[in-house]
Design a binder for this molecule. Structure first.
Ligand SMILES: [Zn+2]
Length: 238
């Protein structure tokens, strides 16, 4: 496929976020995008029109945003670079877990393909970022939001979906890290917090937290876990 991938850093940042959101939900709206990118919905709308003109997205106001094949390629490339750079900063340079997402936001747009490949080789071809985001979403196993888990179910954290420093510091302080096993012990009535056991501690976690923690079923070796019904990862309509 012959797509011109030479687009601006700002364009790349948009495509990266649209890609990520399209894997988390069925429909990506301007509001979601504005919130994630921390910019006003009005600026987002202006930019989306331009991206549509460039053939990178399909965008109809009130109907959601979908990437074209070209937009998808750019989004996937930046997500991979983002994850590789986070790995470099965290695994090799020892930057704190909660700081690496912000630290690579700019750099990720300015490395060459050659640097990207060297980096992947040097790091031993990791498959996720330090927060569990897949480097290749197409190969990622299905996961579900912790908020969807029923009482009594055990699961393993696959990804922290909100990589803001505040959120990461909070979940880290509770031991809610990728790979950690947890059990939902109950839910407070009237849609109250989910009660989640991690290790020998139990925490009430609100929807704002549990919606941003992605889990998958604990492996058979983990015995007492019951099977977890995972939803397939939403794939965008092209
Ligand atoms: Zn990350």
């Amino acid at each position: 496929m012959n797509v011109d991938l030479a687009v601006s850093a700002n364009t790349e940042e948009y495509l990266e976020w649209i890609y990520r959101l399209s894997k988390e939900q069925d429909r990506v709206t301007t509001t979601d995008l504005a919130r994630k990118m921390k910019i006003s919905p009005a600026s987002v709308t202006g930019m989306l029109k331009r991206l549509a003109e460039q053939g990178l997205i399909h965008y109809q106001p009130y109907r959601g945003i979908a990437l074209t094949e070209g937009g998808r390629l750019v989004g996937a490339k930046i997500i991979r670079r983002h994850a590789l750079l986070e790995r470099l900063l965290y695994d090799v340079l020892g930057l704190p877990w909660h700081k690496v997402d912000e630290a690579v936001r700019d750099i990720e747009h300015y490395i060459t393909e050659e640097v990207e490949e060297r980096l992947a080789h040097f790091l031993g071809y990791p498959t996720t970022c330090p927060h569990g985001e897949p480097m290749d979403w197409e190969l990622a196993a299905a996961s579900t939001r912790l908020s969807q888990l029923e009482a009594g179910k055990t699961a393993v954290i696959s990804r922290i979906g909100d990589e803001s420093p505040e959120f990461l510091q909070y979940v880290e302080s509770l031991g809610l890290l990728p790979g950690a096993h947890l059990t939902v012990t109950g839910r407070a009535p009237f849609n109250g917090p989910l009660l989640v056991r991690v290790g020998d501690k139990e925490y009430p976690l609100g929807d704002g937290v549990t919606r941003n923690i992605w889990v998958h079923r604990a492996s058979v070796a983990d015995t007492d876990s019951e099977p977890l019904d995972t939803e397939p990862i939403a794939t965008p309509a092209a």
